[in-house]
Every structure is written in structure tokens, then in C-alpha cells.
Design a protein around this ligand. Structure first.
Ligand code: GLU
Length: 356
């Protein structure tokens, strides 16, 4: 039986007038209940708070975007969760709300704390319904969107599958509205289909496929299969699991060997980095290669920032492209002192190194 994370987008959950789309929500709840009955474990990542709140309250004066997001999400989130609660109660299923923010992923302690909370919920038969805490998140430290959040939850919870329910059937070879475009059904590990998405972005308007594609590639590289499908198709969720041939969608196949929990955390920690390390061409080549190697002082060209051993650092090539993220084995000063030296302790040990 599988552990499945289902991300449901705002446009599936709300109608054009900003009211909750109870028909779609009810159809999704029916399917989640069915899958649970079949023995699967489910976690929902549900957007829609801001959109629902917008339909429920008219601000007394023009608000800036932060205040508007805070106001709308505070109102919309309880509406959404109440509807979920009522719909799941009809099946005797208990749900719990998890509101989180990016900072909760910034240290390994808070990461494991959050993971522990959701494992306890699952163990007790409670379905977690996760959303970003939009009333509290700082703009500069927000998830790009709930696609990013769902990717972090799926890898953190060692899910077998992440399903992203959107308003299109998946990734197309061009704009989804162009009759010449074809749905890409399978993406192999390491295959880059992002070029197709750029073309479809302007046609689609909302432009969300770019992040979906990036997140799906990253998460599948970490060992979790990702499926993108259209959320309001009849029986979409059940079909994806039980009869995938029956529903149009894009599957990002998981790389066979899953990353360790610590590497998964590091993979999503780039935005918390305290330091910046630039490596030479040779080190870059070796790090990107197939063998398990650590980053050694000899390959470091420069190191900026004030970090301690155990903190996160970003690793760049000479052109300034991010090539990896690591948990440092040496602090910033010790790294600078060791630059260019042969031997000695690694700057980042292989077990704590994630290469993009
Ligand atoms: N957390 C936002 C909400 O509930 C959604 C973010 C997104 O659209 O991905 O409205």
C-alpha cells in the first residue's frame, strides 16, 4: 500500500467568484475516502485559502498585497477546513489541520519535529490537511507556491507518490490550448522537459506549470514518483492509482535509488544557506559525476559568509550557477583557511551533500 500526497490547487477548489467549489471538493473527498478504504495513507496539501477568503470579505480600504494575503487567508482557511471536516465526517474520517511555513524547514530539528507530528497523525488514522500559514509567512521567506510545499512534504514524509491536481491534464509539448500540442505522458529521471513549459506559459496565463515541472523533476530525482493531472476530471485520483491508463496525465518517474532523509532535507534547504562556496571546474566535474565524493578544500576557489560547522552552504560553479547544497563539515573561517589544500577534512561530506 502506498503513502500518497495529494496537492490540490486553488483553481480546483474555488469557483470563479471566489466561493469554495464544494462539488469538486466533495468529489476529491469521495476519492480520498475510497483510497483510504483500499489501504493507502493519504496527506492533502490544499491551497485555496486566499482565493476563498477573497470571495468572503471586502476590505474597507485598499490593502497592500501582504495585508490582503493575511486577511483573505485568515478567513478562507477556516472555511476550507470546515468544508473538508464536514465532507470527511460523512465517511467517519477524522482530519487535522497543519499550517506551516518555510522557516519550519530551516533546521533539521524543526524539520524532524514537523515530520514527527504528521507521522503521529497518520498512525492515528488522521488525514493531515496541509497549507502554508499565509497569515504569518514573511514575503521573502515564503514557499514559491503550494507546489513547492507539496514537494517538501512528499519527500519529508517518504511518500511513494505525489499527485498534483491542477486545471490542465499535465505537461504539454507546447501551449495546452494549441491543438498541435501533445501531452507528455512520461518523463524519465534526469530528462529535462522544462523547455516545453516555457512555450506553454504565455498561452496558459497563470503560468504555474513552470514551478510544477521544476518541483516534479526535483522530487522524482529524490525517489518519489510525481503525477500531474486535471483535478476536476471524474474519478481522476482513483484512476491515477488503480487504472492509470484511463486518465490523461504526466508521470515523472522516480529515480530508483531514493535519497536519505538528511539529503532530502538538504536538497530543499538552499534558501537557508549561510555561506557561498565557489568551486573550480575540476571539482564541479567530479561532484557532478557518478561516484560518491565529498567537497574537498583543494577544489574550493572562494568561500563567502559567516557560517558554523553544521550549517547549510550553497555551492556554485565559476559562472555563479548553483550546483549543490550541503551541510558544512567546516565553518566559514576554517574553510577559507583550508582553500586549495590537499587532504584534510572535507568542506562538505558526501553524506550531507546534494548536487542539483
Ligand atoms: N497558500 C495559498 C492559499 O491557500 C496557496 C498558494 C498557491 O496558490 O500555491 O491560498
Amino acid at each position: 500500500m502506498a503513502r500518497i500526497v495529494v496537492k490540490i490547487g486553488s483553481n480546483v477548489l474555488t469557483r470563479h467568484d471566489g466561493k469554495p467549489n464544494v462539488t469538486n471538493m466533495s468529489a476529491i473527498v469521495d476519492q480520498v475516502a475510497h483510497l483510504r478504504e483500499a489501504g493507502h495513507e493519504l496527506i492533502l496539501v490544499s491551497s485555496g485559502a486566499v482565493a476563498c477568503g477573497r470571495g468572503a470579505v471586502t476590505p474597507s480600504r485598499t490593502l497592500d498585497s501582504v495585508a490582503a494575503r493575511q486577511l483573505f487567508s485568515s478567513v478562507g482557511q477556516i472555511r476550507l477546513i470546515n468544508i473538508y471536516n464536514d465532507l470527511f465526517a460523512q465517511y467517519g474520517i477524522v482530519v487535522g489541520q497543519v499550517l506551516t511555513q518555510k522557516e519550519n524547514f530551516s533546521s533539521r530539528t524543526s524539520y524532524l519535529n514537523q515530520r514527527g507530528c504528521m507521522l503521529t497523525m497518520l498512525e492515528n488514522g488522521v488525514i493531515p490537511i496541509v497549507n502554508e500559514n499565509d497569515t504569518a509567512s514573511l514575503t521573502e521567506l515564503m514557499f514559491t507556491d503550494n507546489d513547492e510545499l507539496s514537494g517538501m512534504i512528499a519527500t519529508m514524509m517518504d511518500a511513494d507518490l505525489l499527485v498534483i491536481l491542477s486545471n490542465v491534464d499535465g505537461i504539454y509539448t507546447g501551449s495546452p490550448s494549441d491543438p498541435g500540442s501533445r501531452l507528455i505522458e512520461r518523463v524519465s529521471p534526469g530528462e529535462d522537459v522544462s523547455g516545453n513549459v516555457v512555450a506553454s506559459k504565455s498561452g496558459f496565463g497563470r503560468g504555474g506549470m513552470g514551478t510544477k515541472c521544476g518541483i516534479a523533476s526535483k522530487v522524482s530525482e529524490e525517489g518519489v514518483t510525481v503525477k500531474i493531472a486535471k483535478g476536476d476530471r471524474r474519478n481522476v485520483l482513483v484512476d491515477l492509482i488503480e487504472n492509470p491508463g484511463a486518465v490523461p496525465h504526466t508521470t515523472f518517474e522516480a529515480r530508483g535509488e531514493a535519497l536519505s532523509t538528511v539529503k532530502r532535507w538538504i536538497a530543499h534547504s538552499s534558501s537557508f544557506a549561510k555561506g557561498r562556496i565557489v568551486v573550480d571546474d575540476n571539482a564541479e566535474k567530479v561532484l557532478r559525476g557518478d561516484s560518491a565524493v565529498s567537497l574537498l578544500p583543494i577544489g574550493v576557489l572562494s568561500a563567502e559568509g559567516d557560517w558554523e560547522e553544521g550549517e547549510i552552504v550553497n555551492i556554485f560553479d565559476r559562472e555563479g550557477r548553483l550546483i549543490g547544497v550541503g551541510k558544512a563539515s567546516l565553518g566559514g573561517d576554517a574553510t577559507r583557511a583550508a582553500i586549495g589544500q590537499r587532504g584534510g577534512r572535507p568542506v562538505v561530506h558526501y553524506d550531507y551533500l546534494y548536487i542539483e
